[in-house]
Design a protein around this ligand. Structure first.
Ligand code: NAP
Length: 507
């Protein structure tokens, strides 16, 4: 299609985006493009481009770190661990708090980086910076509450203690959909516990990670405690190999797809590393006849269309009971018309940015055409647009033979399945080998308890479409992962328990 023909087919807001050019104007110290190893900004032998997914334009060239840089970063982190673990909890807490304050101070520029490298609308990017910084704040507080135990001894001449100690160097591998928050959710907990880190951000979004390192340095976090090795997709397997196999790394903490998580777990097995895995989801969103429908529509809009459907806790399968099915479809369709605007994320009116790259848009378009070929009805949207854009799409008459109900979509598609009984809904919801988040809307108290307990997921939204905050325990059942992030449990992932038996005492 020619550019002119394309422009004629686009909604007005998007035509505006396609015609304009956008440039990233972020203050120099925050726009870092080299790796950060042992407190030094470090160039690599080659560079890789970072693209604005809204336009395909290059916004930066970043050092393409390889296994050599990864090894140097691990060595630096191991060296720094020897002194970082000796800092008092209060000293670590003060530094994390300072880092939090700097993030808050620079939130506008940090948000712009997210918008330009991931496509996320600016208001959402600002929300992510608040969320990301909140982990530094939370774990600056949790750092001071790592208690051990004094255990009643069965022997008169011995005392028993359980001490908590940091695991060591943590390798942190993160995805592009929350380029800032997925880093702090791990790194804040790790540093609070006394660990040091080597971060490998996603190829698509290294700039947010490097800006975080700049602010860590400004906060006074010592050299080697935080290291960042950005790399291209070509170098990723070799860098991953170092991070998952080097004996100096004590822990691997990963957020990303279930497929990649399995690869990393297998690599980490040889040196028996501790592992935290935040993997893919396939969240059910159930609306029962007793639901407050307006609340359910609000929850559906928030949990489906945030970040254009690219969050691991996004609702993927909408199950709506027969008594409210038609009304729900009508109301949610009207809300989509009213609230969703496609465009470049930097435009204040935009609520729906592009997907991360054309490959992602192609996958979503394939799920839509598969559903349509098997009998789904398109009530809104349905088309892939230029570049990485996909129209927000509402599908009715969906059944469980369709791809969109069997695999994670990671795009703005709302497939609606009609059901009759609670048991049927719970069975469909649980028919998945992953179980990260699940949502349901009901005003029946007994049903709320039954369904909340029956869903095989790590997080349940009851009459609520947004769950994430540092106080909550984030993590999944089944193949959605291992361990929890945030909450009082997040720091435990970076701690060992040492049993100390104090003998020879004279009673
Ligand atoms: P991905 O393809 O698994 O990539 C995630 C990270 O792993 C990227 O940094 C990627 O690097 C890296 N990676 C890939 N292969 C590797 C290897 N062999 N060694 C070392 N690193 C490797 O996932 P994604 O597409 O970026 O993210 C989307 C997925 O993340 C979805 O499934 C989503 O549900 C999940 N997610 C889960 C959570 C959660 O908390 N549970 C949160 C957010 C996202 P490259 O960029 O260079 O490929």
């Amino acid at each position: 299609m020619t550019a002119q023909a394309l422009l004629r087919t686009l909604p007005p807001i998007m035509m505006q985006s396609v015609r304009r050019t956008y440039s990233l104007d972020v203050a120099a110290p925050l726009l870092r493009t080299q790796g950060y190893i042992n407190g030094r900004w470090t160039s690599a032998a080659s560079l890789f481009p970072v693209l604005d997914p809204a336009t395909g334009q290059e916004i930066a060239q970043v050092s393409d770190c390889g296994p050599g840089e990864a090894k140097r970063a691990v060595d630096a982190a191991y060296e720094a661990f020897q002194s970082w673990k000796q800092f008092t909890a209060k000293e670590r807490s003060v530094l994390l708090r300072k880092w939090y304050e700097l993030m808050t101070q620079h939130k506008e520029d940090l948000a712009k980086l997210i918008t330009f490298e991931s496509g996320k609308p600016l208001a959402e990017a600002l929300g992510e910076i608040g969320y990301s910084a909140s982990f530094l704040e939370w774990f600056s507080e949790e750092a001071r509450r790592v208690y051990g135990d004094v255990v009643p001894s069965p022997f008169k001449d011995r005392k028993m203690l359980l001490l908590k100690q940091p695991v060591g160097v943590a390798a942190v591998i993160t995805p592009w959909n929350f380029p800032s928050a997925m880093i702090t959710r791990k790194v804040a907990a790790a540093l609070a516990a006394g660990c040091t880190v080597v971060i490998k951000p996603a190829e698509d979004t290294p700039l947010s990670a490097l800006a975080l390192a700049e602010l860590a340095e400004q906060a006074g976090i010592p050299a080697g405690v935080v290291n960042v090795v950005p790399c291209s997709r070509e170098n990723t397997p070799a860098v991953g190999q170092v991070l998952c196999t080097d004996p100096l790394v004590g822990k691997i903490s990963f957020t990303g797809s279930t497929a990649t998580g399995k690869v990393l777990l297998k690599m980490a097995a040889d040196t028996v590393k501790k592992a935290s895995m935040e993997l893919g989801g396939h969240a059910p969103f159930i609306v029962f006849d007793s639901a407050d429908l307006d609340l359910a529509v609000k929850g559906a809009m928030a949990s489906k269309f945030r970040n254009s459907g690219q969050t691991c806790v996004c609702s993927n399968r909408f199950l709506v009971q027969s008594g409210v099915h038609d009304q729900f479809l009508q109301k949610v369709g009207e809300a989509m018309d009213r609230e969703l605007r496609i465009g470049h994320g930097i435009e204040p009116t935009t609520t729906q940015g592009p997907l991360i790259n054309p490959r992602a848009a192609e996958k979503v378009a394939h799920q839509i055409s598969d559903a349509v070929s098997l009998g789904a009805k398109v009530l809104r949207g349905g088309s892939r647009l230029d570049g990485s854009y996909v129209e927000p799409t509402l599908l009715a008459d969906v059944n469980t033979s369709m791809l969109c109900t069997r695999e994670e979509t990671f795009g703005p598609v709302m497939p609606v399945i009609r059901f009759d009984t609670e048991a049927e809904a719970v069975a469909i919801a649980n028919a998945s080998n992953v179980g990260l988040a699940g949502y349901f809307f009901s005003q029946d108290v007994s049903q709320i308890w039954r369904v909340a307990e029956a869903l095989e997921v790590g997080m349940v939204g009851v009459n609520e479409g947004l769950l994430s905050c540092p106080e909550g325990a984030f993590g999944g059942y089944k193949q959605s992962g291992l361990g929890r992030e945030g909450s009082k449990y997040g720091i435990e992932e970076y701690l060992e328990v040492k049993y100390m038996c104090f003998g020879g005492l004279v009673p």
